[in-house]
Design a protein around this ligand. Structure first.
Ligand code: UGA
Length: 436
């Protein structure tokens, strides 16, 4: 089957590549000529473990091609996946201008039996509007399906090829059948293919992300409370997680969630509620708690240095919003660095893959260090914002020797406070007993 995937961002490239790897004939299309040229030359624009190898192999086998040419790739496609960005607009709503531009362009080129599949995260009602617009533009009914993605950055290939579930929103069961067939190679171990209406599929995507964001803001707020009452959130987490109704997943406290999805989708759903004369009070709280959480490490450092960070040197370990990605969108580390710089501190940073992206934003305002130990050189404190594996087992003696003052502000609770006390290292995490 011929498939065209429009948009070679994170979702589009992973989707196109994994579908090609399952034997489909896939064309990935983007209007960015430079990007297509680079992809054709084997250069992958994003950091995602396993993706380069998969792109290279399928490109060489000619199952995966890259183009900017709509006229050459749309007419022969049975399925046209749209995976263009839907960035957050100024009012929190999703900006759909990219999606509408694609709909206008493909309309006159679509095959009679083409299915237009929307993979981008779009507000409820968008699939119905797309179907109506395509009917206007073509003078016939064009099949439209919603197919939200649940990929996590850093684990996207696995998430695509071993999904917990596949969700499609359709208005005709025959369309669901075609999509089920495409996804057959990935439907193993009883993981279900769930066909539902357009609006339910659109809501499913938002509700999933908002539920996960809610868990994180909830545990972060509880962690902050634990500190005040002398409890340890790690113990509490274990205490609640064994209750299968609660579970252990997504209950790690930290410096707040970041990335391109949770913050944007929580705000978009708040906006959807507004548009429907409703108020999502919980989601507003989830968003607010997360904003506050991003300041927690900065506050702790401020208090530790008695309100005077000027002239202090702070090492920041981890810049990406989470490990195994170079994505720094809404990254808590950037909020911390902003605070430190505004208080007059010098900042030395390290991240295994995201330093290039931070350099593009911060230029020479901070010192970029090749190694996390270099970042700690002469530092008055180390602040950990991302739980990269390489930060998990430091040589403490070496580190103590490098630092001017060995104080660790751990935004990801990587270490055991009791062990740190035994080592004589000043240590604070998020929501740990004895924390201030
Ligand atoms: C998220 C969802 O997990 C995916 O299912 C979804 O497809 C994707 O958004 C999307 O909408 O495209 P992602 O943003 O890549 O994926 O990252 P996650 O692994 O979910 O982490 C999000 C944030 O939550 C990170 O900042 C992470 O550090 C934080 N987090 C996660 C915690 O603070 N505590 C936890 O227990 C788990």
């Amino acid at each position: 089957m011929k498939i065209t995937v429009i948009g070679t961002g994170y979702v589009g490239l992973v989707t196109g590549t994994c579908l090609a790897d399952s034997g489909q004939d896939v064309t990935c299309l983007d209007i960015d000529e430079g990007k297509i040229e680079r992809l054709n030359a084997g250069e992958i624009p994003i950091y995602e473990p396993g993706l380069t190898e998969l792109v290279t192999r399928n490109h060489a086998a000619k199952r995966l091609t890259f183009t900017t040419d709509y006229a050459a790739s749309i007419p022969s496609a049975r399925c046209v996946f749209i995976a263009v960005g839907t960035p957050q607009g100024d009012d929190g709503s999703a900006n759909l201008s990219g999606l509408w531009a694609v709909v206008e362009t493909i309309a006159p080129l679509l095959a009679e039996n083409a299915i237009v599949v929307i993979k981008s995260t779009v507000p409820v009602g968008t699939n119905r509007k797309t179907a109506a617009r395509l009917a206007e533009l073509t003078g016939r009914n064009v099949d439209v399906a919603s197919n939200p993605e649940f990929l996590k950055e850093g684990a996207a290939i696995d998430d695509f090829t071993k999904p917990d579930r596949i969700v499609v929103g359709v208005d005709r069961p025959e369309v669901a059948e075609v999509l089920k067939n495409i996804h057959k190679p990935f439907l193993r171990n009883e993981h279900p293919f769930l066909a539902m209406g357009w609006e339910s599929a659109e809501m499913t995507k938002y509700v999933a992300n908002c539920m996960l964001a809610t868990k994180i803001s909830f545990i972060n707020e509880m962690a902050n409370l634990c500190e005040h009452v002398g409890a340890d959130v790690n113990e509490v987490r274990r205490g609640i997680g064994h209750d299968a109704r609660i579970g252990f997943k997504f209950l790690f406290p930290g410096v707040g969630y970041g990335g391109s999805c949770f913050p944007k989708d929580v705000r978009a759903l708040i906006r959807v509620a507004d548009d429907n004369d409703m108020t999502c009070r919980m989601l507003a709280a989830v968003d607010e708690v997360n904003d506050v959480q991003k300041h927690v490490l900065g506050e702790k450092l401020y208090r530790y240095f008695d309100g005077d960070l000027s002239g202090k040197t702070i090492a920041v370990w981890g810049l990406a919003f989470k490990p195994r990605t170079d994505d720094i969108r809404e990254a808590p580390a950037l909020v911390l660095i902003d605070r430190l710089l505004s208080e007059g501190a010098s900042v030395r940073v390290h991240d295994p893959v995201a330093m290039k992206n931070v350099k593009a934003v911060l230029g020479d305002k901070v010192a970029f260090c090749e190694h996390h130990y270099d970042a700690a050189e002469g530092a008055d404190a180390v602040a950990i914002c991302t739980e990269w594996n390489e930060y998990r087992m430091p040589d403490w003696e070496f580190l103590r020797h490098k630092m001017k003052n060995c104080a660790i502000f751990d935004g990801r609770n990587l270490f055991d406070p009791a062990a740190m006390r035994d080592l004589g290292i000043w240590y604070t995490g998020i929501g740990l007993a004895g924390d201030d």
